[in-house]
Design a protein around this ligand. Sequence first.
Ligand code: ATP
Length: 324
Amino acid sequence: MKKIGVFTSGGDAPGMNAALRAVVRGCIYYGIEVYGIRYGYKGMIEGDIIPLNSHSVSNIIQRAGTVLKSARCQEFREPEGRKKAFDNLKKFGIDALIAIGGDGTFTGAKVFFEEHAIPVIGIPGTIDNDIYGTDKTIGFDTAVNTALSAVDNIRDTADSHDRVFFIEVMGRDSGYIAIQSGIGGGAEMVMVPETKTTINEVIEALQKGWSRSKTSSIVVIAEGDEEGNAFEISEKVKARVKDLKDIRVTILGHVQRGGTPTAQDRILASRLGLSAVEGLRDGKSGVMVGVINDEVTFTSFGDSITKQKPLNKDLIRMVEILSI
Ligand code: ATP
């Protein structure tokens, strides 16, 4: 293995730059040339490929987003698109890949590896933390802290006006951000896609609080909850409760994708970046690198894509007990 191509793909996540830095510096340390493929699979198809050196990744460890840029690419879903991408890699002499992204990115990498036999290792970078084979994904810790600080701010104003706030956080099919920011922010209720919470249960939790003279309440909702988005849920609650206090809805949205990566995310990203390079050197391929119980592990793309990472049910139980 002489030349590694590295790219970021899918949704960006704080810490992706730290991972890129570790990949580049790791390659240099082991005497491997490293190329950056800009805009993910799109750049691979278009030949948007640049050589990287130690200086290229100076001063980026603390920056969110991705200096390599990211994109979603329809063309890569077709064999013709992937053939173009492979031809470009050959042109540059790239003989191995490191893909930083989420499960869609790994699905693409798996297909590509199966079709063109180019060694590839994935690094999990997504704020949702919804990838099997790692305790945490890069960006998750930063996103939780961003959401938590928003919950704190909202609690200040909720309390002054005796309001009920429904706060929607990111997580299309994962309640990780919701449960952690909800517990950290002292929410009365957290709604996640992994467990069904009925509107009546939400109302009960709120009423319990009011019966103990709580003047304000916070419900944190993951965007993928099956009862709907935060507006829909608030409307359903309003429709069933008479004399309801003032209800407000806040959707945090893309603020959760930005912000200076936390120490945890930078360290995780650095560890995963270097381990990906070392994994390729050891002949590993078609796998994602992760950290489980503080140990670096490699999980097949197949498992990382298809297996569900369970949300710790004990955390859900805690919310109910601690909000009394
Ligand atoms: P996030 O979790 O933040 O959404 P992601 O990596 O899952 O990140 P996707 O948009 O799902 O983001 O996937 C990134 C890219 O991977 C897609 O734009 C596409 O180019 C490629 N990809 C996804 N699925 C496939 C597939 N089945 N075959 C080939 N390529 C795919």
